[in-house]
Design a protein around this ligand. Structure first.
Ligand SMILES: [Zn+2]
Length: 342
């Protein structure tokens, strides 16, 4: 309960934190302090050098990091210059049209095969007779009206990144806890498995509507939570934690195919589901796995049981969603959202 003295968290979260006693740093879960921190991007604290080499849970792509810092809005390209280019078509759609840092946008077009946004070029993939791609919104992107432009510059569409404040929390970890994250051999071995699992994705989406929460329980740690560990800015929690009793059923958040179902060193019994279009969901710390790799799963199907395996001291589900190797905010997927594919 010591966290109540120093933390800005809500009473509920403080309670859960004390109960679970889970800590994860830079994607590495460790335990023993009575605090909960989970994975995120590595923020350069020398204490956490291990995560720079290997970070099984965060998977934050270097390209995304580059894109986010700092995104240089170009006011001249923020709005379609219709006066000078009357033939410019807006046959690119961006869904949703207003997002927050750490979210994701879906680009769709009948004609554009590649687009530029966040100072990068993204090839679109052919999906159901058009071109499309999910693109992560950098978590450090500045609030602004951005433009997605086709690489041939014939089409463009604007969208808005609105401001969002992420909570912060300071915690202290023991030397012993830090030493638990030094088994680079096992962490590297896990990373190879994870990379392989996420290296391919079905071109056509398995999903047709909103995702569902993967477990009943109490949402204890939100997405994007910024950590300060031992006085140093550390990682972000780029997933959501749902606490409940061990054995609570965990269901597939949507249709897909299991691409990883394995016992991992840090994340314990872990499942990764490919939902197509490079979109994945991950379920960590399970007590039991009820699915196997390559198995198709339906939304709502029980895939395992909630647990506290890996570096975790309290039963909870760590649930994340990724575009490729980049964690994105899962919450919009649970709503009546523009992610619905036709
Ligand atoms: Zn977590």
């Amino acid at each position: 309960m010591r966290k109540r003295k120093t933390s800005k968290r809500t009473g509920t979260r403080a309670l859960i934190t004390a109960r679970l006693g889970l800590l994860a740093v830079g994607g590495v879960l460790v335990y023993g302090t009575g605090s909960m921190v989970t994975d995120g991007t590595f923020a350069g604290d020398s204490v956490f050098t291990m995560e720079t080499a290997s970070n099984p849970m965060s998977g934050e792509a270097p390209a995304a990091v580059t894109a986010m810092a700092p995104v240089q809005p170009n006011p001249s390209s923020a709005e379609p210059t219709t006066s000078q280019q009357p033939t410019v078509a807006t046959s690119i759609t961006v869904q949703p049209n207003t997002v927050y840092p750490g979210d994701v946008i879906l680009i769709r077009s009948q004609a554009a095969t590649s687009v530029q946004v966040f100072n990068q070029t993204y090839k679109l993939k052919e999906v159901n007779g058009e071109y499309a791609r999910f693109i992560p919104v950098p978590i450090s992107a500045k609030p602004y009206t951005y433009t997605v432009q086709s690489t041939d510059q014939k089409m463009s569409q604007t969208f808005t990144i609105a401001a969002k404040t992420f909570d912060t929390d300071a915690i202290t970890v023991s030397k012993q806890m830090n030493s638990m994250r030094q088994n680079t051999e096992r962490i590297d071995a896990d990373q190879l498995k994870i990379n392989k699992a996420r290296s391919q994705s079905a071109p056509t989406p398995y999903f047709t509507g909103p995702f569902v929460m993967p477990a009943k329980g109490e949402l204890t740690t939100p997405y994007g939570y910024q950590r300060v560990v031992n006085g140093q800015p550390a990682n972000r929690h780029l997933a959501i934690d749902i606490a409940n009793k061990e054995g609570t059923p965990i269901i597939a958040s949507h249709n897909g195919k299991v691409v990883l179902a394995d016992s991992m060193y840090l994340t314990g019994n872990t499942i990764i589901i490919d939902h197509g279009m490079n979109l994945f969901s991950i379920y960590a710390h399970l007590s039991k796995l009820d699915v196997k790799v390559d198995q198709p799963v339906k939304q709502g199907q029980i895939i395992g049981r909630l647990g506290t395996t890996g570096f975790s001291t309290g039963p909870h589900l760590h649930y994340g969603m990724l575009v490729g190797n980049t964690y994105i905010n899962p919450n919009p997927f649970f709503q009546d959202s523009p992610y619905e594919w036709k």
